[in-house]
Design a protein around this ligand. Structure first.
Ligand SMILES: Nc1ncnc2c1ncn2[C@@H]1O[C@H](COP(=O)(O)OP(=O)(O)OP(=O)(O)O)[C@@H](O)[C@H]1O
Ligand SMILES: [Mg+2]
Length: 272
């Protein structure tokens, strides 16, 4: 199996702060990874590295077999789909949903004079259908609900037919129905052998879609767990990562966590 991503000794420093600290990580083709950790742990920074959008301060990064620093980034990014909340802010609110997905083919926001091929148009319609957006295709992006926007961003990220798909907190801010619909769609994607290698960031074990195979846990820029889901998703490792005593369980292919904060707040149950 070919490595899709290979990080060796990767650190990212900003002034005196280490955002990532000596991260080693290998992602193989076909794997579906979840990256978990508390606020500020370095998850988004790690995705930026994986997308080739950020160079490490030290360490080496190989993406799709290409060494970062010795590769045409524009070409590499054509093979990477990336959906994040910050991108939602850069999509023009008056862009139609159809165009918000279509313009992902060029990695631009706001349709201008790009020449789209028939296959781009056909792919847009297929993705709109796959992600439950067909009825919304004529609406403007700015009028969508949070859950609908998340689906648009994922459909858009798949326009380039990526080999690597990066999703930064795709389920954040969704209500129960919206979350379950999204996780169902991500679960179907995870089980599709033709779907790209996928890395998804989340804070919540309940948001890990069925079919995800591996987990990387981060705390203060350091890896606290990395490997197959069953080896990493233990009470000890997840508890250490989030700084809570946690009890994990599984039901129907999904994970549940129940935690108790070991501080002066002790006694108050938290759901993680
Ligand atoms: N330019 C910068 N200078 C200093 N610190 C920075 C800079 N950019 C990011 N940070 C800090 O790096 C840490 C990691 O940020 P990152 O966005 O990767 O965290 P995260 O795990 O994605 O957090 P969240 O769960 O809140 O999205 C944060 O504490 C953030 O404040
Ligand atoms: Mg983040």
């Amino acid at each position: 199996m070919a490595s899709v991503l290979e990080l060796a000794g990767v650190s990212v420093r900003r002034s005196t702060k280490l955002l990532l600290d000596q991260v080693d990580w290998t992602v193989e083709e076909g794997q579906r990874w979840v990256v978990m950790g508390p606020n500020g742990a370095g998850k988004t920074t790690l995705l930026q590295i994986a997308a080739g959008a950020l160079h490490p301060t030290v360490g080496s990064v190989q993406i799709l077999g290409e060494l970062l620093g010795a590769v045409d980034l524009a070409e590499l990014r054509q093979s990477i789909g990336w959906a994040s909340g910050s991108l939602a802010g850069s999509l023009p609110p008056r862009e139609s949903v159809r165009d918000a997905v279509l313009t992902g083919a060029w990695g631009v926001t706001g349709r201008w004079r790009e020449a789209y091929e028939q296959r781009d148009l056909a792919r847009t319609e297929r993705l709109l259908g796959d992600w439950g957006l067909a009825a919304l295709a004529g609406r403007t992006f700015g009028t969508l609900s949070e859950g609908e926007r998340k689906r648009v961003l994922i459909a858009r990220s798949l326009m380039v037919d990526p080999e690597l798909l990066l999703l930064d907190e795709p389920a954040a801010g969704l209500d129960l129905g919206g979350r379950e619909a999204l996780l169902g769609a991500l679960g179907r994607l995870a089980r599709d052998p033709l779907a790209p290698t996928t890395i998804m960031v989340t804070h919540h074990v309940e948001e890990i879609p069925e079919g995800f195979t591996h987990a990387l846990l981060l705390r203060d820029g350091r890896v606290t767990g990395c490997g197959p889901m069953r080896e990493v998703m233990t009470d000890a490792l997840v508890g250490e990562t989030f700084g809570v005593d946690v009890g994990l369980s599984q039901s129907g292919g999904r994970w549940l966590a129940r935690g108790r904060v070991p501080t002066s707040d002790a006694g108050s149950d938290v759901r993680g």
